[in-house]
Design a protein around this ligand. Structure first.
Ligand code: FES
Ligand code: FES
Length: 168
């Protein structure tokens, strides 16, 4: 079997927000580029492209992952979830509602990645405390908000997801 070169285009299949997709990419195409340029899913942002800022965070099989550090081929067969997969039509998730209510975004560049990290956190740890939330956020850079409204929004969303009082 001939070896692939860096320019050979091959199909890669994965689920994106529950729907099967196939993209044709080279061996070194990044997942961010496949999502944004091949599929048009531009909700996933690209900042540093070095795994530092967290802007590109998506969920891979339920776990947050830096899409700028993944090759598209590594997503083959995976379940990929992006910010486009959160809201159902006009119905925002409690986390998105809380971000809006607490003004937890300004320019919004960091927001998609942060939402995907917090969504994954609350899926596996619905009663995550403030320390756990801050730990999860430690991999995300936000130049606008000072983080306090993001943490407050996360706490509000956690309370709503748990079904308790919003401001507990
Ligand atoms: S763009 Fe991926 S971590 Fe910054
Ligand atoms: S809202 Fe602007 S970088 Fe976070």
């Amino acid at each position: 079997m001939p070896r692939l070169t860096k320019d050979d285009v091959q199909p890669v299949g994965f689920k994106l927000n529950g729907r099967p997709v196939v993209v044709r990419v080279t061996p070194r195409t990044l997942l961010t580029d496949a999502l944004r340029h091949e599929i048009g899913a531009t909700g996933t942002h690209v900042g540093c492209e070095h795994g530092v800022c967290g802007a590109c965070t998506v969920q891979v099989d339920g776990e947050p992952a830096r899409a700028c550090l993944m090759l598209a081929h590594q997503a083959d067969g995976c379940d990929i979830r992006t910010v486009e997969g959160l809201a159902q039509g006009d119905a925002l998730t409690p986390l998105q509602e809380a971000f809006r209510a607490h003004f937890a975004l300004q320019c919004g560049f960091c927001t998609a990645g942060i939402l995907m990290t917090l969504d994954a956190l609350f899926s596996r740890q619905p009663d995550a405390d403030e320390d756990a939330i801050r730990e999860a956020l430690s991999g995300h850079l936000c130049r606008c908000t000072g983080y306090a409204p993001i943490v407050q929004a996360a706490l509000t969303a956690r309370n709503r997801i748990k079904g308790g009082p919003i401001d507990a």
